[in-house]
Design a protein around this ligand. Sequence first.
Ligand SMILES: [Zn+2]
Length: 96
Amino acid sequence: MRGKPIGDLTGQVFGRLTVIGPAPKKGNAATWLCRCACKQSVAVQATKLANGKQKSCGCLNAELRARRVAAFRTSQRRRFLPRDNFASGIDWDESL
Ligand SMILES: [Zn+2]
């Protein structure tokens, strides 16, 4: 019985990606079909997996970007809509 072929990454985990099998080659680059933690399938070059250049289908980058935007919006809201002013506005309306 033969062992696994050299360079077989099936079953290995790279960040959010789990290698599920070989993908059709693009040129000479060995490419692997991976399943991301977000359930997306993506083909990734073996070299990018090996050197840590790609650890997700792209959702990791998108998430980090969204988190930065959300943090920025929260800081803007705090600056322009202070909770104390809002509450005192309601009190003033009720006293009419
Ligand atoms: Zn993903």
